[in-house]
Write a protein that binds this ligand. Sequence first.
Ligand SMILES: [Zn+2]
Length: 310
Amino acid sequence: MAKQAVQLTKKNRTKFRFQKLKMCKKCNRYSVLKDHHCPTCGSTFVELDSLIKSIVRNKLFNEACLILILVCIGIVGAPTVKTLYYSLIAGLVFCLLYVVLTFFYFKSENFIQLKLLLRSDLSKIKSGIHYDTVLAEEEARDNMLSMAYEKYREIGDFILNDAIKLRQVKLLNDMILRSDMELEIEGLVPSGYDPDFVTYTLEAIKINRSLVTKKCIGYFVQFKEEVIRDFGMDSLITVAGTALRMKLYIMEFSEFIEEYLDYFPKERVLRLCSILHANPDINWGSLGDKTKSLVSVKYNYDPDFKRFVS
Ligand SMILES: [Zn+2]
């Protein structure tokens, strides 16, 4: 199948994962998709934050009503004017303390209600997300790749599991990737070896080398043999080359880099030399020695390497 040219919209980012959840009050159904309206009944989704706030507001209102009723009973039932005043003063002090305490513990009350809601609605949340994946799968079947991928991307942000990651990877492999797309590798790294993920990563690296992170390099190191078997050594040379992006990666994966150093293009060797040269205090171990000997054998008379050759 020929790859599809698509447009992708930006991901819906939230500070906390639970903030992706929204609910249709009419269908009593949860969703993590970007849609503002329920696809079943058309009602506007209520975000979990607002839902929690309204639960807390109702709870506080009910408690405030209960306090007022108790104060009124105290006043009505007071046998003398003196006890009536006592009841009134006690009621006012109680109300004041309640307001002050509510103000101080408002955030923790929100958190408690959030935990209770997530616990009580767990099966509803699960079935809501299952419905989200059914919608995504239908779009994937109808060849609406970008819409299906965007749905899986939102679901994958909420549930971290290999099946959702690999659905995204398969869809991405059917698209023409471009630099203006909001691509990622880190969030798609599966727990086991998967050739579709490797295919996607090697394609994404061509577009944006900075997508490669420590987790991604670690994956290629872990499944080195499988990658060489299915994709050849060039793919590992590429990934090892991307590890030169940061000093920390070079330190972390020095053995991996050393293994493929002889096959690096000149530009990558130059990059490695610049980093080693700029950080003489770091003990680069055998990578430092191997780089020096490579430069002296291969680039000894190259003017670009003049400053590294002593
Ligand atoms: Zn609905």
